[in-house]
Design a protein around this ligand. Structure first.
Ligand SMILES: *Cc1c(COP(=O)(O)O)cnc(C)c1O
Length: 478
């Protein structure tokens, strides 16, 4: 009788296998021809067809996934996608995501393969950045979430573990960061009840944040009864790819008894990019915590970030709390301490470690590091092309992998800004290249953040030629 009970498993695995193989081929075709697939708007009829409707058999559903879903990504797999800071994915991700979906592991804890793999990934990263062997780490959705976890640990150290139960009791904590800090820091402070306004922005000096001014502001906060608790260093600012001098920040954090958190979302990975670049991250291993992403400059498919906490005590103080139904055991599935639910917000967690482990095993830090260094070379090449153009101009020096420029420096600031915005949109719509925009010193410039291992020198040349063409057409219009 039981075979007549309804089941969510395929009624015919052979049919499922044939459909899945066809879909896998479509995915591989798509990625192996990434240059043919720029961003394009989702056509109206396809968008409306996404409304949840009647069921479909797996065979026609697979075809629909290939035809009506696969083509309408963000475009960040394309070699001329430079917008924002978007990771570009890896073929190894097709393999790891397939296996992860099949295993469907819940990585909140317990004793199973994915948990050991996450430990291996964190161990490896700890070694790369020079954190002590006792540092704890967790894979999370991204640097935004990692920042919340890091600052929660910092708050527990500043106010004692009681803060978790009792709240802050009116104490005004204050944090400090350079002017180019990512908004994720403010969001984290807001979420932790410290308040976004508790983030003091310190203007830039010659090497990132001006540390003279920092010390003055800290002293003033103390004198006025507030409690300075965290210093946030940036390793790779989102607007220009700038770095704070992390060694100097570590000295100040030690002297002022501040928790040093480093936002290294993408820039931390310069640590594996070879001699020319690794110096930028010097001192990163002296931080109390680090937040970074695997999904940006390590190219791993979304989503995957990581937090490392140098002293596990504060990591646990902020998050460990297990009721009896989650009690650990010495043997069986309930073994495997530490459990990752004791290190963060989530209890149920997907298998993020597998895609990182697969990428590290397929390409190794050398190849990944070479791709990162290559991205900086592409940004420098773009900078040189901009400088060589009679009318374009850089809006800031190319420091690492970001190139921010204006298409026509002859125009007034307002007209440059309008032109650059239009060019960004036109090139996105035509599929020629994706730049984003950013405001630098009163001008909205075109911004290329190159975290794209598919970008070759000719792609950079074509993209800048497209900007020049778009500008010259516009100039003809006016
Ligand atoms: C992207 C970014 C963040 C936010 O990280 P998510 O992974 O998007 O949550 C924080 N800081 C910097 C410097 C970034 O580039």
């Amino acid at each position: 009788m039981t075979e007549h009970l309804p089941s969510l498993d395929p009624s015919d695995w052979a049919d499922f296998r044939a459909s899945a193989h066809r879909l896998l081929d479509a995915c591989i075709d798509h990625l192996s021809n990434a240059g043919d697939h720029p961003w394009r708007p989702v056509p109206d009829d396809i968008r409306t067809s996404y409304t949840i409707g009647p069921t479909q058999d797996i065979d026609s559903l697979s075809d629909r996934l290939a035809r009506e879903v696969l083509p309408y990504g963000v475009g960040n797999t394309h070699p001329k996608f430079f917008g924002w800071v978007h990771g570009t994915g890896l073929a190894s991700g097709i393999l790891s995501e397939m296996v992860a979906a099949t295993m469907n592991a819940n990585c909140g804890g317990r004793d199973h393969g994915a948990v050991y793999m996450e430990r291996a990934v964190v161990d490896w990263a700890r070694g790369v950045f020079g954190f002590p062997d006792t540092a704890s780490g967790l894979l999370v959705a991204g640097t935004s979430q990692a920042t919340v976890i890091a600052l929660a640990a910092a708050r527990a150290r500043a106010l004692g573990p009681e803060v978790v139960a009792q709240g802050m009791g009116g104490v005004q904590l204050v944090a400090y960061a350079g002017a180019g800090v990512h908004n994720a820091a403010k969001k984290a402070l807001a979420l932790l009840g410290i308040g976004g306004n508790a983030l003091r922005l310190i203007p830039d000096g010659s090497e990132g944040m001006d540390t003279e001014q920092l010390r003055n502001v800290v002293a003033r906060d103390r004198a006025e009864g507030r409690v300075p608790f965290a210093l946030i260093g940036t390793a790779g600012s989102v607007d220009l790819g700038r770095f704070d001098n992390l060694d100097r920040l570590a000295d100040i954090a030690a002297a002022e008894n501040l928790w040093l958190h480093v936002d290294g979302a993408f820039g931390a990975w310069l640590a594996i990019a070879g001699e020319k670049w690794e110096g930028r991250t010097k001192g990163i291993g002296r931080a109390d915590s680090l937040a970074c992403d695997f999904h940006k400059w390590m190219y791993v498919p979304y989503d995957c970030g990581m937090v490392i906490i140098a002293d596990e005590t504060w990591h646990r103080a902020a998050f460990a709390a297990r009721p009896s139904y989650l009690e650990g055991q010495t043997r069986g599935v309930a073994g495997g301490d530490p459990w990752y639910c004791d290190y963060g917000v989530d209890l149920s967690r997907g298998n993020r470690a597998l895609k990182v482990w697969t990428a590290l095993t397929a390409y190794g830090p050398e190849q990944l590091g070479a791709a990162i260094a290559g991205n900086c070379d592409r940004a420098a090449e773009m900078g040189a092309l901009v400088t060589a153009d009679p009318h374009m101009a850089l809006l800031a020096q190319v420091e690492t992998n970001l190139c921010v420029f204006t298409a026509d420096a002859r125009l007034s600031h307002d007209r440059q800004s309008a032109l650059n915005r239009q060019i960004a949109q036109d090139l996105q719509m035509s599929g020629e290249a994706v730049f984003s925009t950013v405001d630098i010193n009163g001008v909205t410039g075109l911004r290329a953040a190159i975290t794209n291992h598919r970008t070759r020198p000719h792609h950079v040349e074509e993209a800048i030629a497209a900007v020049a063409r778009a500008r010259d057409t516009k100039d003809g219009d006016t």
